[in-house]
Design a protein around this ligand. Structure first.
Ligand code: NAP
Length: 260
C-alpha cells in the first residue's frame, strides 16, 4: 500500500536510537523528509547519515534536549511547518516513589507530558490550516497496565494521554489526526537497561530477564523496533482519515483482555 506520504515533512523526536530511530527510518522509506533530534550530536549525526544513505531522503539532525524549550525551538526552527510530528523522549528511571522528590517528578513530566504538549501547541494550528497533520505520541503499555517500578512513567504518560484524548477530537475535522503508540517490550537500549536494573536486584543474568519478558508475551518474543517503526508510519499515513485519538498497543498480545 502506498501510504501517500511522499514529499511530506516530519519532526521525529528522540530518534538517534531505538523506537524513535525506527519511526524515522520507516517514514524515510515512504519518502518523508526528516528532522530528527537527540541530545548526543555524534550519535544523531551518524543516524541521520545512515537513514539518508539508505533511503535517499533529506534527514536533518538537530541536537538538543527535547524536554527543554531550547531543544524544541531548535527542532521547530529546522522544520517550522511539519506535516508529521512524532513525539518521543527517554523514559523516566525506575524506582520506589518514596525516593522521588519534586524535581524528579518535574523532569518526568517535562519529558513525557509537557514536551509533547508544547510541540503539539507549536504545530497543530498550522496543520489545521493546511488540512493535513499526523501526530503520533510514543507513550507506553504502562498507560493501560501500570508497571509498579515505573511510577513516574505511569503518571506522566497518563497525563499526556488524557490531554491528547480531548485535543484529538477538536482538530480531527481539519484532517489533523492525533494518536498514541503504546510499546510493550521492544529490544532497545531502554529495554536492556531496565532488564539490567532488575537483573542486578535479583542477581541473575540480564539475558535471563529479557528471556522472561519474551516469554510473557503470547508471541514468545520481544518486539523488533522495525515493527514499531512501520506501525508508526501507518499511523502517519494519508490513509487513516477515520482513526482519531487511539491508543494502539504494540505488545505481542501481553495485555490480556477480550478488547485490547
Ligand atoms: P532508547 O533505545 O534508550 O532510545 C532513546 C532515544 O531517545 C535516544 O536516541 C536518545 O538519545 C533519545 N533521547 C532520550 N532523551 C531525550 C531527550 N530528552 N531529548 C532528545 N532526545 C532524547 O529508548 P527506546 O526504547 O527507544 O524508548 C523510547 C521511549 O519509549 C521511551 O520513553 C521509553 O520509556 C518508551 N518505552 C520503551 C519500551 C521498550 O521496550 N523499548 C517500552 C515502553 C516504553 P540521547 O540519549 O542522545 O538523547
Amino acid at each position: 500500500m502506498d501510504l501517500g506520504l511522499k514529499g511530506k515533512k516530519a519532526i521525529v523526536c528522540a530518534a538517534s536510537k531505538g523506537l524513535g530511530r525506527a519511526c524515522a527510518l520507516s517514514l524515510a522509506r515512504e519518502g518523508v523528509e526528516l528532522v530528527i533530534t537527540a541530545r548526543t550530536a555524534s550519535e544523531l549525526e551518524k543516524t541521520a547519515a545512515e537513514i539518508s544513505k539508505e533511503t535517499g531522503v533529506k534527514v536533518t539532525p538537530v541536537a538538543g534536549d527535547i524536554s527543554t524549550e531550547a531543544g524544541r525551538a531548535a527542532a521547530l526552527a529546522a522544520c517550522p511547518a511539519p506535516d508529521i510530528l512524532v513525539n518521543n523522549a527517554g523514559g523516566p528511571p525506575p524506582g520506589d516513589f518514596r525516593d522521588w522528590e519534586r524535581e524528579d517528578w518535574i523532569k518526568a513530566i517535562d519529558a513525557n507530558m509537557l514536551a509533547p504538549i508544547f510541540l503539539i501547541k507549536a504545530v497543530v494550528d498550522g496543520m489545521c490550516e493546511r488540512k493535513f497533520g499526523r501526530i503520533v505520541n510514543i507513550t507506553s503499555a504502562s498507560v493501560k497496565s501500570p508497571i509498579p517500578v515505573l511510577g513516574m512513567s505511569n503518571g506522566a504518560r497518563a497525563g499526556l494521554t488524557g490531554f491528547v484524548a480531548g485535543l484529538a477530537r477538536q482538530v480531527a475535522r481539519h484532517n489533523v489526526l492525533i494518536n498514541n503508540l503504546l510499546p510493550g517490550p521492544f529490544l532497545t537500549d531502554r529495554l536492556r537497561s531496565g532488564a539490567a536494573h532488575e537483573a542486578g536486584k535479583r542477581n541473575v543474568p540480564v539475558d535471563e530477564v529479557i528471556a522472561e519478558r519474551a516469554k510473557a508475551t503470547p508471541t514468545g518474543r520481544v518486539g523488533d523496533p522495525a515493527e514499531f517503526g512501520d506501525a508508526c508510519a501507518f499511523l502517519c499515513s494519508a490513509k487513516i482519515g477515520f482513526i482519531v485519538g487511539h491508543n494502539l498497543l504494540l505488545d505481542g498480545g501481553a495485555f490480556n483482555s477480550s478488547i485490547a
